[in-house]
Design a protein around this ligand. Sequence first.
Ligand code: UDP
Ligand code: MN
Length: 341
Amino acid sequence: PYSLGPAVRDYDARRAAWLAAHPGFPAFVAPERPRVLVVTGSSPRRCSDPEGDHVLLRAFKNKADYCRVHGFDVFYSNAVLDAEMSGFWTKLPLLRALMVAHPETELLWWVDSDVVFTDMLFEPPWGKYARHNLLIHGWDEAVYGARNWLGTNAGSFVIRNCQWSLDLLDAWAKMGPRGPVRDKYGRIFAEALSNRAPYEADDQSALVYLLATQRERWADKVFLESSYLLHGYWKAIVDRYEEMRSKWRPGLGDDRWPLVTHFVGCKPCGKQGASYEATQCRQGMERALNFADDQILKLYGFQHESLNTTAVRRVRNDTGRPMDADDEEIGRLLHPTFRAT
Ligand code: UDP
Ligand code: MN
């Protein structure tokens, strides 16, 4: 059967030894503050939609902003590392390769290209997950009970650098090789999961299938989080940004000020799928990107004229005494004290 690579054994002990031998590369940069690598990517080919690559650039700029503010590293892949793992399956061999090459990285945070960070201040409360190896948005009841393939979302998840995760990636990837295997699992998922038609296997259904059918093997190390939006469905968010700004402040991460707005079903790079109209997707993305960018621009005294335009204007008078300004919210983003809430 397919495998991501040679079986790795004793990984945790070997990693611990490596860390002990390399004190200059600690896996925790402060107490309760793991070293985090944000991983994202897109297809090696240029987009078929003429605007697609510009959208991808802006979506990556958004991730670079979020990572800078929080002191995370970021990796962008535009290679398919394993031809068997094409399309959205590409994230699995990529995560494995990065994991074993970076023993100093404690957590890898996969985000789809169509994920936009919309709360620049919020950071997952890492301490809460000290005993877990996979953090993903979702609900226990929907995954283990209803076996609903929409009970979680594989567009944004955090995975610990450890043996358990290497094993999970390997078990997960076995359902992904393109062609007959992927087709076969698509039919199996249609049988085993609720609301899923028998099209070829996708990585999200595969994860739900794995968790639901091998609960004893995996579940105690998986945290299905729903107290904030590690993944947030764009349709329920993009029309509310003005309202959020009038009522709330960044740092909440939940429905009031979503950590992530994920453009599921939109195809910013290529041919639009059947689910949504392209203009609806594009306008939503424009608004999400500007909403996020405003949180950054504000630090430097600028704002977009509206969420629907790229034009910006100065909103704070320039001053000859720049260091005198003392705004707490701005200070927390410009000079974050690394908090683990
Ligand atoms: N992707 C990639 N390389 C590829 C194709 C896809 O890295 O060759 C990534 C990309 O980040 C994309 C993700 O896989 O966002 C999943 O696809 P998509 O977001 O279109 O799926 P959806 O969230 O709409 O279900
Ligand atoms: Mn996506």
